[in-house]
Design a protein around this ligand. Structure first.
Ligand code: TRP
Length: 337
C-alpha cells in the first residue's frame, strides 16, 4: 500500500441513476483516480438519493452494481479506497434524520436543484426531494471529510453541508464535525451535451444522442460524434461563441491533458469532420478498456458483493465513531455501540 502524504479524507459519490457518462468520467472519476494516492478515499453509490424520483427497482439494483463496477474499472483501487453502497451503511440515514432537525425549511427551499426537479415533478413532490441535501450532508459529515470533489451543480449542497457543520459545532462543541472543503475540478472538465453544447452532458438527458455513456459501443460513440452539433463557422477555434467546437476541444483536452491552443494548432486548416472523428477515436481509446473491464466485473457478482461488504464494514467503523459522539452530544442515551 502506498504511503500517502496526508491522512486527510476525500469523499465523493455518484447517483446510480441511468448509466454513467463520459461527463462523469472526465468531470469526476478521472479526478478521483488522480487524487486517490494523496488522500484516504471514500467513494460510494448513493442508492438512497436515487429514490427521490421514481425508479424501477430492478434497474436501480443493476445501475448500482454498474456504478461500483465502473469505479473499479476506471482505476479506483478497492483495497485502498473505501468503496460501498450508501444503503449498506445505515448510519447515513440515521445522521440524516438528526441533521434534518437542524436544517431550516428556508435554506432547503433556496436550492436550485430542488426548484428544478420539483417543477418537473408536478403536483406530488416527494419530501425526499426537498431533504435530499440533508442526506448528502450526512454522507459527508459522517466521515469527518476534508475534501469533496463535486461538479458546479452540487456546490450549493456543499455550502449547506458546511453551514450545518458550523452550526452544530457551534452548539455542541467545536470539533464535532470537520467542515469540508469543496474541490473544483480544473477547467475543461465540464463536458457539455453533443446535441446542445449549452447544457451539461447529463445522464438524465432525454436526448441520448447528446450523451456518451461509458457502456456505449465504439460504433455508437462514432455515430454520436459524427452527429454532434457544431457551429456555423468553418474554422476550428476555441471560443465561447462556438460552443460545439469548444466542447469537442474540451473533451480532447480532458482526455489528454493538452491545452486548447495545442489542439487549435493541430487542427489549423482542417475541417470540423476531422475534429469530430478524431475526438471520437480519442474517446474510444479511453472508454473501450473501461467498458470491457466493467462488463467483466459485472459477471462476477460474488466478487463485487464480497468487496462491497468489506467496504461497508470499513465505512461503518468510521461512521459509527462520529454518530455515537453526535448522539451523546445532542442528548441521546449512549451505550448502543
Ligand atoms: N448529489 C450528488 C450528485 O447528484 C451525489 C452525492 C450524494 C454526493 N452524496 C454525496 C456527492 C456526497 C459528493 C458527496 O452528483
Amino acid at each position: 500500500m502506498n504511503v500517502r502524504p496526508s491522512q486527510k479524507i476525500m469523499l465523493s459519490a455518484v447517483q446510480p441513476s441511468h448509466q454513467l457518462t463520459l461527463g462523469n468520467y472526465l468531470g469526476a472519476l478521472k479526478n478521483w483516480i488522480k487524487l486517490q494516492h494523496d488522500y484516504e478515499c471514500i467513494f460510494f453509490a448513493v442508492d438512497l438519493h436515487a429514490l427521490t424520483v421514481k425508479r424501477d427497482p430492478a434497474q436501480l439494483k443493476e445501475q448500482t452494481y454498474q456504478a461500483v463496477a465502473t469505479y473499479i474499472a476506471s482505476g479506483i483501487h478497492p483495497d485502498q479506497a473505501i468503496l460501498f453502497i450508501q444503503s449498506h451503511v445505515p448510519e447515513h440515514a440515521e445522521l440524516s434524520w438528526i441533521l434534518n432537525c437542524f436544517t431550516y425549511m428556508g435554506e432547503l427551499g433556496r436550492m436550485t436543484q430542488y426548484k428544478d426537479k420539483s417543477t418537473q415533478q408536478g403536483k406530488n413532490i416527494p419530501a425526499g426531494l426537498f431533504t435530499y441535501p440533508v442526506l448528502m450532508a450526512a454522507d459527508i459529515l459522517l466521515y469527518q471529510t476534508h475534501l469533496v470533489p463535486v461538479g458546479e451543480d452540487q456546490k450549493q449542497h456543499l455550502e449547506i453541508t458546511r453551514d450545518l457543520a458550523i452550526r452544530i459545532n457551534h452548539l455542541y462543541g467545536e470539533n464535532l464535525f470537520t467542515v469540508p472543503e469543496i474541490y473544483s475540478p480544473p477547467i475543461g472538465a465540464r463536458i457539455m451535451s453533443l446535441q446542445n453544447p449549452q447544457i451539461k452532458m447529463s445522464k438524465s438527458d432525454p436526448d441520448p444522442n447528446g450523451v456518451i455513456y461509458l457502456m456505449d459501443s465504439d460504433d455508437q460513440i462514432k455515430k454520436k460524434f459524427k452527429r454532434a452539433v457544431t457551429d456555423s463557422g468553418q474554422e476550428i477555434i476555441y471560443r465561447n461563441d462556438q460552443p460545439g467546437i469548444k466542447n469537442l476541444i474540451d473533451i480532447s483536452c480532458a482526455l489528454t491533458g493538452k491545452t486548447p491552443e495545442e489542439w487549435v494548432n493541430q487542427y489549423r486548416g482542417k475541417q470540423y469532420g476531422h475534429l469530430k472523428i478524431e475526438t471520437a477515436d480519442r474517446v474510444i481509446e479511453t472508454i473501450a478498456p473501461i467498458r470491457s473491464k466493467t462488463a467483466e466485473l459485472l459477471k462476477d457478482r460474488n466478487y463485487l458483493d464480497a468487496l462491497l461488504k468489506q467496504g461497508a464494514h470499513r465505512a461503518r467503523e468510521k461512521a459509527q465513531r462520529t454518530l455515537s459522539r453526535v448522539y451523546d452530544k445532542i442528548g441521546c442515551v449512549g451505550g448502543r455501540y
